[in-house]
Design a protein around this ligand. Sequence first.
Ligand SMILES: [Zn+2]
Length: 239
Amino acid sequence: MKRVLIAVGIVVLLLAAGAGMVFYSAFSHNRPIVDGQVLAPGVETVKDGFVSAFIIDVAPGKVVLIDAGKDKAGEAILAALARRGLGPPSVAGIFLTHGHGDHTAGCKVFPDAQVYAMKNEIGVIGDAAKVTGPLEDGAVTKVGDVSVEAFAVPGHTPGSAVYLARGVLFFGDSAGGGKDGKMMPAVRLFSKDPAQNVASLKSLETRLEPRAAEVKVLAFAHSGPLDGFEAFEVFASTH
Ligand SMILES: [Zn+2]
């Protein structure tokens, strides 16, 4: 009996080590996430462990979030709001890039917020949040003084969205920023359709190229940002 337990223990340890290595290799090339980093005027990064959410100022004392983090208690987001003297009611809206749990867990901390996501992502979001603002590709949502534009980028999940607001293009998990300054596609292992992800990114790049000057920063959920539009152009021409 004891031998069986030891054998089971060893298998569990090996599996845990393997999972750790897979996770490490998926994210080790990423630019680091820096808590509190200001990406553009009125856009702040919140580091919630291995994932980020973003706070966008929309009016005095009002903000929207891009994603809501992995923490059900929303501690990192609440701390960032508290530093500005704000609490949960200041969050007017949450724009979900997609429905994976490390992006939606904090939603219920902000019961007054409208929750926006692509219409075809509602099934993936499930019970994590009630989507009050279902979006279509190209939708522009005005909250306070800020317009948030939504682009459909199916691949990582069927209803993944990229958002453009205050000059920052928020990719969620649909892309990442490498330490070498290059933009990377969604991590294959965690993605529904990696080939579709790349095709969606390329078509979005073509679509936004005439507006490249509007895009000051590329922001990613699991890595630090890249400045300017250029890394997106390079991605599109090399994938
Ligand atoms: Zn994801």
